[in-house]
Design a protein around this ligand. Structure first.
Ligand code: FES
Ligand SMILES: [Fe+2]
Length: 441
């Protein structure tokens, strides 16, 4: 008998957390160019970072460019089972080999400045007028500068530190939690790069707590329970997760509040709940219970829908089919995992200005068994404003980011106060401090 090598189910139990203190967080961490430089030298250049999906480079010669801070990298499929990463810098006189973003396919890489040519493995193959280099070409200029690359969960990851630990060690508990999702079966169906008017860390913070949900996103109360969300910090604060209870109204969803949103009472199925049933091909009127009783019914409906369309959710528990299993992978990746699709948020530091960042927003959808992958959408580049096509809550989050970033410069603000429900933000700072000032420093 052949035993299937199935990933273990996602653990849902609580874990011990590090002592992360209780002090205010200094706003200079969000505003100071010197602090941003320290982050670059001691953190960004030492950690494993998500570069992009392997599904973007299925064929040998396919590549994509990914930028972080001032650096730009080319990630190239060099063989069916191999991906290499190169600094996007020509060793001759430093031109970029490729534009700063985008996908491409190439038989070779040719520099647009003086036409030095490299094979897809990064080796120099042609130099126009080579005889003019009378002293020869130094060995370190004979190939592109490489960067460490590993793959996990259908993504390319890279690390600028040749001495860093392997990716799996860096990721700590994360693979044991997420392998059950089989993320490699998902493909990008929406892709945005938006410039935010805030430090990259605020763009992480904004999704690390839902304490702000009743104030900033009251429209979500009919579908989120913002209080019953177990929260865990892992691996010394580096990674964290929050199990955001969805599919059921918030405890504050009283008859009065429901009436304000146009319902007869708080027990009536909400528009969002009805829509979620319709998405699984279920007539919402066949559910006769109260709004708060929907989650088990919804889990069953989604599981059955998955079976009908060829998506096996047998590795996922009922909670995972209803709730948002919300993971943060240090330093800058947030995954909102639900059923059949997930949201990917990846803020990146601006090359020079700590008051700005780039926010990569992608939606990934699972491909049913045997179906061709969906068409890869073009990347939309823009600012954090005027995106009515995105969720209303995202627009609200992006608008708030600019307000807070400005206030972090105020002489009247003494520092960031965090409660226990906001401790994933503290965890991120705690982990950051280990890189900036930890025992290795
Ligand atoms: S800088 Fe690339 S060929 Fe000269
Ligand atoms: Fe929000």
């Amino acid at each position: 008998m052949v035993l299937e090598n199935r990933p273990a189910p996602t653990p849902t139990g609580r874990t011990d957390e590090p002592d992360m203190g209780t002090g205010l967080i200094a706003t200079e961490r969000y505003t100071s160019p010197e602090f941003a430089q320290l982050e670059w030298e001691r953190m960004w250049t030492k950690v494993w970072l998500n570069a992009g999906p392997l599904s973007d480079i299925p064929e040998v010669g396919d590549h994509f460019v990914h930028a972080i801070g001032r650096e730009s990298f080319i990630f190239m499929r060099t063989a069916p089972d191999e991906v290499k990463g190169f600094y996007n810098v020509c060793p001759h006189r430093g031109s970029r080999l490729r534009p700063s973003t985008g996908l491409g396919h190439a038989e070779q890489l040719q520099c647009p400045f003086h036409l030095w040519t490299f094979d897809i493995g990064g080796r120099l193959t042609d130099v126009p007028d080579r005889q003019h280099f009378v002293n020869g070409i130094p060995e370190e200029k004979q190939c592109l500068s490489g960067v460490r690359v590993e793959t996990w969960a259908g993504w390319v990851w890279f690390n600028m530190d040749p001495g860093a630990e392997p990716l799996h060690e860096f990721l700590g508990v994360i693979p044991s939690h997420l392998d059950a999702y089989q993320l490699e079966n998902y493909h990008v169906v929406d892709d945005y790069v938006l410039e935010w008017e805030c430090n990259w860390k605020f763009a992480v913070d904004q999704f690390a707590e839902i304490y702000h949900l009743p104030a900033l996103h009251p429209q979500l109360l009919e579908y989120f329970d913002h209080l019953a969300t177990p929260l865990d910090v892992y691996d010394g604060g580096k990674h964290s997760r929050q199990l955001i209870r969805m599919g059921t109204p918030d405890p504050s969803w009283t008859d009065d509040l429901a009436r304000r949103f146009g319902y007869d009472n708080g027990d009536e199925l909400t528009r969002q709940q009805r829509q979620n049933l319709q998405q699984c091909g279920i007539d919402p009127d066949t559910f006769t219970g109260k709004a708060r009783e929907l989650p088990p019914f919804l889990a069953r409906a989604r599981r059955d829908w998955g079976e009908r369309v060829g998506m096996d959710f047998s590795l996922l528990g009922d909670e995972q089919l209803v709730d948002n299993f919300h993971y943060m992978i240090f330093p800058n990746l947030t995954l909102n995992l639900t059923y059949g699709s997930f949201l990917f948020f990846r803020p990146r530091p601006h090359p020079t200005n700590p008051n700005k960042s780039y926010w990569d927003y992608q939606v990934y959808a699972r491909t049913p068994e045997g179906a061709p992958p969906p068409r890869r959408p073009a990347t939309v580049h823009g600012t954090a404003r005027n995106h009515p096509e995105l969720f209303e809550a995202l627009e609200q989050d992006m608008a708030q980011a600019q307000i807070v970033q400005e206030s972090y410069h105020s002489r009247g603000f003494s520092g960031i106060l965090l409660n226990s429900e906001e401790r994933r933000i503290r965890a991120m700072h705690h982990a950051l401090d280990q890189y900036l000032y930890g025992p290795d420093r």
